[in-house]
Design a protein around this ligand. Structure first.
Ligand SMILES: Nc1nc2c(ncn2[C@@H]2O[C@H](COP(=O)(O)OP(=O)(O)OP(=O)(O)O)[C@@H](O)[C@H]2O)c(=O)[nH]1
Ligand SMILES: [K+]
Ligand SMILES: [Mg+2]
Length: 437
């Protein structure tokens, strides 16, 4: 018999309420022992919670979700207790004392749900992203995926591939008879052509989805004393990086995570670019250049009249910014550069943030579309595209061979949702979870 698992599923104590979740075939026994009854299904019931020696530990709401109508698909119970360290520890200890009960591994409840067919792998990943979501765009994207938007898209595509193979094989079986019209075959390859176009346009959105999930990288680049660290501190509203009037203050890349317009932005402050003979500064500058290359957007900062050293080619987008405009005798005008800012007075920073927000909002297609959010999805979709392309191009090949390519394509699709052969992937997918989920 499998172990019955339990864990604190709510956040770290102390808190107003803590939720201890239990899942597995021992749940009824556990409830009888700890609360002296099995509460009616899905009805919050106020109970005393006792250990197996009838010592009262706490009182709280108890919920029972009989299998299979539960998150994991097993019998599940939730104990809503007081959220103190001591209450939680006492209840967890009482559960440990029950035969066949043990603390859940990270992600183990979700793994039971996957194994019982409650969730597919993309929904599992969506749930993991939802639990970690820091910004509105991450929450929206993760919720769509947890709700099964990608699952139904990929399952629909897999069904079309399977249908095409079934038609091809039917044609094969009846190939000596005259009554199989050639148009069936035409129809199949026409649909495969449409499918290919759909998967390709879905893949085009992958980088937008990745930016939403992992953050939009902005690097602050420019000569020493341009005011890069001052801008980082201003935008993060914290004293993160050292600011001084000594050129060459920043050596390491300093990174902060910001929420701009509901998007996660990873903002990087870097060492000022200049010729140097100092080994540490040279290394810092090397890191600045790497940050510039890896960034989605580079902010090129320089004081008025000081040329901003040009960022190396290969950088996607850049915005030139004149800093310390409070020091100018004449008011800064748009003719001088697109943006003029002062971290002393705050001038121009709203306008800069607006420009960044606009770029972020243009990233992702609007609407309730599911996007491929992980390299795993992209790799398998690309395998699928290649297999369909080969099947379509091999018009001269025996029909069995073409059908085999389509089987390969359907297989790749099935690996995304976890319908086929994914034992090797499970460790990776579930390792993202915390205990209690
Ligand atoms: N008046 C004025 N001074 C500023 C402004 N921004 C930065 N400074 C000053 O300029 C000097 C350099 O600022 P930093 O933020 O350290 O410049 P940096 O680009 O990070 O310099 P390095 O790390 O050495 O490359 C400091 O003395 C800041 O106080 C501004 O908007 N107005
Ligand atoms: K400085
Ligand atoms: Mg600095």
């Amino acid at each position: 018999m499998r172990d019955t698992i339990f864990a604190l599923s709510s956040g770290n104590p102390p808190a107003g309420v803590a939720i201890v979740r239990i899942s597995g075939s021992g749940v009824r026994f556990g409830l009888e022992t700890l609360v002296g009854q099995i509460p009616p299904a899905r009805m919050a019931t106020f109970c005393d919670i006792k250990d197996k020696n009838q010592l009262r530990l706490d009182r709280g709401l108890v919920l029972f979700f009989p299998a299979p109508h539960s998150f994991t698909g097993e019998d599940v119970a939730e104990l809503h207790i007081h959220g103190s360290r001591a209450s939680v520890a006492a209840v967890l200890m009482a559960l440990t004392d029950l035969d066949g009960f043990r603390l859940a591994e990270p992600g183990e409840f979700t793994r039971q749900a996957f194994e019982n067919g409650k969730l597919d792998l993309t929904e599992v990943e969506g749930l993991s992203d939802l639990i970690r979501a820091e910004t509105e765009s991450q929450r929206r994207q993760a919720l769509l995926q947890a709700d099964g938007v990608l699952r139904s898209l990929y399952e629909g595509w897999a069904r079309r591939l399977t249908h095409a193979r079934a038609m091809i094989e039917a044609e094969l079986d009846f190939s000596d008879e005259d009554d199989i019209p050639g148009s069936v075959s035409d129809q199949i390859w026409k649909d495969m052509g449409l499918l290919l176009a759909e998967i390709r346009s879905h893949l085009e959105c992958a980088s937008a989805a990745e930016v939403v999930r992992d953050g939009y990288r902005i690097a602050l680049i420019g000569p020493p004393n341009a005011g890069k660290s001052s801008l980082l501190n201003y935008l993060s509203k914290r004293d993160v990086a050292i600011v001084s009037d000594i050129p060459g203050t920043t050596r390491d890349v300093v990174e902060v995570r910001l929420d701009i317009a509901g998007y996660l932005v990873v903002l990087q402050d870097t060492a000022g670019l200049r010729e140097s003979s100092d080994q540490i500064e040279i290394e810092g500058i090397r890191r600045s250049l790497i940050a510039a290359e890896d960034a989605d957007l580079v902010l090129e900062l320089h004081e008025f009249g000081v040329p901003g050293r040009v960022v190396p080619s290969g950088v996607n987008e850049r915005i030139e910014i004149v800093t310390k405009v409070d020091c100018l005798d004449e008011p800064f005008t748009a003719d001088d550069a697109a943006f003029g800012i002062s971290t002393l007075t705050g001038a121009g920073i709203d306008k800069l943030l607006e420009a960044i927000s606009e770029r972020l909002e243009n990233l992702a297609p609007s609407g309730e579309m599911g996007l491929p959010t992980r390299a795993r999805h992209v790799d398998l979709l690309q395998d699928c595209v290649t297999a369909i392309e080969v099947a379509m191009k091999s018009a001269e090949a025996p029909i069995e061979v073409r059908s085999e390519y389509l089987r390969h394509a359907a297989n790749s699709m099935g690996r995304i949702t976890g319908m086929v052969d994914v034992e090797d992937l499970l460790g990776v997918v579930f390792s993202e979870f915390c205990v209690g989920k």
